[in-house]
Structure formats: structure tokens, C-alpha cells
Write a protein that binds this ligand. Structure first.
Ligand code: FAD
Length: 541
């Protein structure tokens, strides 16, 4: 089979135009095509009056060899790669049970892969099963009541459960592990189009059901979930020459789980766990992350700016953007986790703190578009050499935001016009912020370091030139956006184990090896494979 990329057709092309375009592109008669299918579909909206659909297609031909030879050297034609997933090991009879800490996308896929290989993993999560968790999460948004163990960050499904469910990533994926993730999601109820859309998303409601379906699959394969199981300490056996080995996990409430192979997939918000691991001498390094605010515009402004006369076309959906700008002060400002037609959500897991993030439904039909408007910072900015200094900085910013919001988990907010003019907002304008439980107008500039504010004020008009009205005075900022990625890395070696604690496999976003649902899930697969290899005594390939 051959794979053709960069096959472009007009937005409104007829279905039969695609096989005709394939035939024309290959210089064969349509009758020569035995089968074809779409691998990926995107759109090219650089020319708003003539938006194109761009396809990658797989084609089976009567005489493939002749066509491949004739078009050798064509950069957009190659043999279709094998994207199927094959397990790397099989659990021996009576194998011990590995433990996965965390039921987010990373832990979910680590658990699934281990279960598929016959290892019967135990999956521990400090939070609750997803339906109960959903009620607790809405409790914060509707009533300003936070459950520190069951919220947007903690519980079955992990941080991405109440999200836009964007399922793409920039990570290199030569083994097509992302395809395994998407295929499992489809089997669990996601729309099949996530396999072919270049920028798929599923929205929050479907994610809840999918996570439950995947749990049932893991349990049917011999895996076991234990919710409300908060890991608070690690049992370490000292060895000769300073070598140390993990022997088990202590839980809140005093229980102990013996375990020699543990996937640590706790996400970026499990700050007490990071402190505990640091206290136990596990190697942790500070790493860069980003801080800033959420910005909201009416989705209609973004649609018009990006799709021009085609705004509202059913094949295009709500327009999404991705922006970045390198500032004179050396900082980079960029858009983060853009949620078309969505809402800004309260995303704290800690009392007395305010954090923003974004989510949307599959339909993406809420009034506003939102995205993080953030500035990259690095360990030199954290004010200390301590490996957890970035976490301390996040906490300080989030506490200041809680105070500026006036309590009750209201977020501080400001219009873009007032932010650019350097004056506090006393009221907001026509763009109504979607954050619940509420927004208090204030001066957001007081909440961020000066270099962040300076960079944002430079970037806003630059982004406004790329997307008209991005810097409209009535657009709204809310804050603070601090949990963009993990401020630490729990460094692992080539065998995927902690540098100085054998048996601990740091994984996913919290350990600094992923950013987003898809990359966390892919990392979960890789780490599960490393665990399996370690358990059957094979070297990691
Ligand atoms: P997490 O998903 O954070 O999961 C960690 C799990 O570990 C949690 O369930 C937690 O309860 C558990 N845990 C933590 N500590 C312990 C402990 N000590 N003991 C037991 N259990 C523990 N990404 C995208 O790609 N697309 C999006 O559209 C998107 N939108 C988002 C919207 C919101 C509101 C948020 C908060 C995040 C969003 N993200 C999105 C980011 C994405 O959710 C994360 O990158 C991803 O969930 C990370 O996966 P993970 O498995 O590494 O960690």
C-alpha cells in the first residue's frame, strides 16, 4: 500500500473528487485503484477565500510497484507504514503484580498495556471513580466547595477528564504509539473521526464514559483499581554501594502495598508526593514551565479572523489558533491549550488557591474561545536552587490569585484594555468571562513578575495583528494560569527507572516526560513496556 500526503482539494469538494484526485496524482486510471482510505485530514486556511482540505491517504493499486518506481523521489509518496501495536513481553506464570500510581492518561495506558501483557497491575488513585469525581468537581464550580482529593486534577481520568480533550501532540512517535492510544479511545466510545482528523478533540462528556469503559477492559484483563488510595510514602531498601531499591508504598490511613515495580504517573499537581519523594532522596530536577493568564474572546471573532467568509462552515467547526512571540526581553509568550467554544475552569487542587485552565464539549459551541496566554520561565527565575522551587513559585502565585479574587475561589480578572493601559479594572465589558464560581475585576499585573507583564504587553498587539481583535480592549483576562506543565523532572535512566531508586518508573506529565493527554498516554505505554522488560529480565531495546 502507498501513502500519499499533501493531497489538496477545495473545502466543498464532492466525495467522488477524492478518488479522482488520487488517480490524477498517481497518473493512473481510477480503475487501477483497488482500495483507498483517509489516514489524516486537515484544512489549510491560509487563504481565507479559498480554504483547502489537505489529505493523507493510503492507496492499494493493481500495480503498486510500477507506480512506486515511476514516482520514486516524490517526497509525498511512500510505502504505508505498519502502525499496528505489538506487546513487547508476556507475563511469566505467577509474576508479581506491578503497581501504577495514578489513573490519568499515563497511568491508564500503563495499566492497560501491563494488563494486556498479563501482568495484572494494581492501579492506585488518591481520587474517586470518575462519576463521583465529576460531582465533586462541579461542587467547586457551582458552590465554591473544594475537595482536595477529588477535583479537576485528582481522580479517575486524571487532569484531562474535564477538558477540551485535544488529542494531538508534537512528540516524535516513530512506533505509532499514538495510533494505539486513539484506537483504544475509539474502542471505548470516542468518535471514529479522531483517527483521521489532524487535530482531533473529544470534549469532556465523552471522556467520562470512555474512562469507565477502559477501566472495565483493564479489570477484565486481570487489573485492579483502588480509588481513594493516596500514596504518602515509599519503602526503600538500602543496598550495597548506595544502590537503593523500592519495596513498597505506604498509603494515607496506614495501609502498605508491597511492590517492586511501580509506575509513578501522578500528574503535575501532586505536590505533596513530590515533596515526599524529594525528602526520601529521589533524584528530582527543576525544569522550565510557563505562567500567565487565560484570555477570552467571543468565538465569532476568532472564526471571522481565521476563516473569513467561510466562518460557520460545518466542516470547519469552531476555529482554533496557536500563537507565539519572542519578546525584546528574551521571553517567549504563547497561546496554550486553546479551547474553541469552551469555558475557563477553576483548576485548583489545593485550598486557598486559584488556578485557571480551559475545557469544552465535543460541540465546542459555547459563546467564548479561551486559551492560556503564558510566558516561558526557567529555573533561574524561581529564586532558589531547590529542585522544588518552581512548585513553591506556582503556589505563591496561586495564593495571591485567591486573595485578589476576593475568596470563595473567584478568579481575579481584567479587560485587555485596562491591562495594556496599566490600570485596574473596576468592571468588565461586553465579553463575559465564563469562569465559575465568578470573576472579580482587579489589576492582574500585580500578580505576575514584571518581566512576565512586560512580555505580555508586548505580545498582545503582535497577536492582534495576527488575529484581528485578539487585543481588543474588551477581551478578558483571568488568572492565574500556572499549571501549564510540571516544574520538575523526576529523572529516569535508559531503563526508565529513577536515577537513584530502582523499581520506581517516573512517567507522564508529573515526572516531566509528557505534556497533554496523548503524550502522557504514549509515555504510559513506553514505561509499561520498560516495566515488563524489567520484570522478565530483558534489557530495554
Ligand atoms: P494526570 O492526568 O494529572 O493524572 C495523575 C493522577 O494521579 C490523578 O488521577 C491523581 O489523582 C493521581 N495521583 C496523584 N498523586 C497521587 C498519589 N500520591 N497517590 C495516588 N494517586 C495519585 N491536555 C490535552 O492534551 N488536551 C486538552 O484538551 C487538555 N485540556 C486540559 C484541561 C484541563 C482543565 C486540565 C487540568 C488539563 C488539560 N490537559 C489537556 C492536560 C492533560 O490533562 C494532562 O497533560 C494529562 O492529564 C497528564 O496525564 P498524566 O496521566 O501524566 O497525569
Amino acid at each position: 500500500m502507498l501513502r500519499i500526503s499533501e493531497l489538496k482539494l477545495p473545502l466543498d469538494h464532492a466525495p467522488e473528487a477524492l478518488p479522482a484526485a488520487i488517480a490524477a496524482r498517481l497518473g493512473v486510471a481510477e480503475g487501477e485503484i483497488l482500495r483507498w482510505s483517509v489516514w489524516k485530514r486537515a484544512h489549510d486556511a491560509r487563504k481565507k477565500a479559498a480554504i483547502l482540505k489537505v489529505y493523507i491517504v493510503d492507496v492499494e493499486l493493481r500495480d503498486e510497484a510500477a507506480v512506486a518506481a515511476r514516482l520514486a523521489g516524490d517526497p509525498h509518496l511512500r510505502p504505508t507504514p505498519d502502525t499496528s501495536y505489538r506487546p513487547v513481553a508476556k507475563a511469566p506464570q505467577g509474576a508479581a503484580r506491578p503497581v501504577v500510581i495514578g489513573a490519568g492518561p499515563c497511568g491508564l495506558f500503563a495499566g492497560l498495556i501491563l494488563a494486556e501483557m498479563g501482568f495484572c497491575p494494581i492501579i492506585l488513585d488518591r481520587g474517586k471513580a470518575v462519576r463521583e469525581r465529576t460531582k465533586d468537581t462541579w461542587g467547586l464550580w457551582r458552590r465554591g466547595e473544594l475537595d482536595p482529593e477529588s477535583n479537576v486534577q485528582f481522580g479517575e481520568g486524571g487532569a484531562g477528564t474535564f477538558s477540551d480533550g485535544k488529542l494531538y501532540s508534537q512528540v516524535k512517535d516513530p512506533r505509532f504509539l499514538g495510533r494505539k492510544v486513539l484506537t483504544e479511545f475509539v474502542a471505548a466510545g470516542a468518535p471514529t473521526e479522531i483517527l483521521t482528523e489532524a487535530h482531533p478533540h473529544i470534549g469532556t462528556f465523552r471522556l467520562v464514559t470512555m474512562v469507565e469503559t477502559m477501566r472495565a477492559k483493564i479489570e477484565a484483563l486481570g487489573g485492579e483499581y483502588r480509588f481513594g488510595h493516596h500514596v504518602t510514602d515509599v519503602e526503600i531498601e538500602p543496598g550495597p554501594g548506595g544502590a537503593r531499591r523500592l519495596r513498597g508504598l505506604h498509603l494515607k490511613g496506614g495501609a502498605f502495598v508491597a511492590a517492586e515495580h511501580v509506575v509513578l504517573a501522578v500528574g503535575h499537581s501532586s505536590r505533596d508526593t513530590f515533596t515526599m519523594l524529594h525528602d526520601r532522596g529521589v533524584h528530582i530536577e527543576a525544569k522550565p514551565f510557563s505562567i500567565g493568564f487565560r484570555i477570552e474572546h467571543p468565538q465569532s471573532w476568532i472564526d471571522r479572523a481565521l476563516f473569513g467568509p467561510c466562518a460557520g462552515h460545518p466542516d470547519l467547526g469552531a476555529a482554533a489558533y496557536s500563537l507565539s512571540h519572542h519578546c525584546k526581553n528574551g521571553r517567549t509568550v504563547y497561546s496554550f491549550c486553546m479551547c474553541p467554544g469552551g469555558t475557563v475552569v477553576a483548576a485548583t487542587s489545593e485550598p486557598g488557591r486559584v488556578v485557571t485552565n480551559g475545557m469544552s464539549q465535543y460541540s465546542r459551541n459555547e459563546r467564548n474561545a479561551n486559551s492560556g496566554f503564558v510566558v516561558g520561565i526557567s529555573p533561574e527565575d524561581y529564586g532558589s536552587d531547590h529542585p522544588l522551587a518552581g512548585i513553591a513559585l506556582q503556589g505563591a502565585l496561586e495564593s495571591a490569585a485567591f486573595t485578589a479574587g476576593g475568596g470563595g475561589y473567584h478568579a481575579p480578572g481584567q479587560t485587555v484594555g485596562d491591562f495594556l493601559a496599566g490600570r485596574a479594572s473596576s468592571a468588565l465589558g461586553s465579553v463575559v468571562p465564563s469562569y465559575k464560581p465568578g470573576v472579580r475585576p482587579t489589576d492582574l499585573a500585580t500578580l505576575m513578575p514584571d518581566y512576565v507583564v512586560e512580555a505580555m504587553r508586548e505580545a498582545l498587539p503582535v497577536f492582534g495583528r495576527k488575529i484581528p481583535r485578539y487585543d481588543d480592549p474588551e477581551a478578558v483576562l483571568t488568572g492565574v494560569e500556572t499549571r501549564t506543565s510540571s516544574p520538575i523532572r523526576i529523572t529516569r535512566g535508559a531503563d526508565f527507572q529513577s536515577l537513584n531508586l530502582a523499581g520506581l518508573f517516573p512517567a507522564g506529565e508529573g515526572a516531566g516526560y509528557a505534556g497533554g493527554i496523548l503524550s502522557a498516554a504514549i509515555d504510559g505505554i513506553k514505561v509499561a513496556e520498560a516495566v515488563a522488560r524489567a520484570m522478565v529480565g530483558e534489557a530495554v531495546a
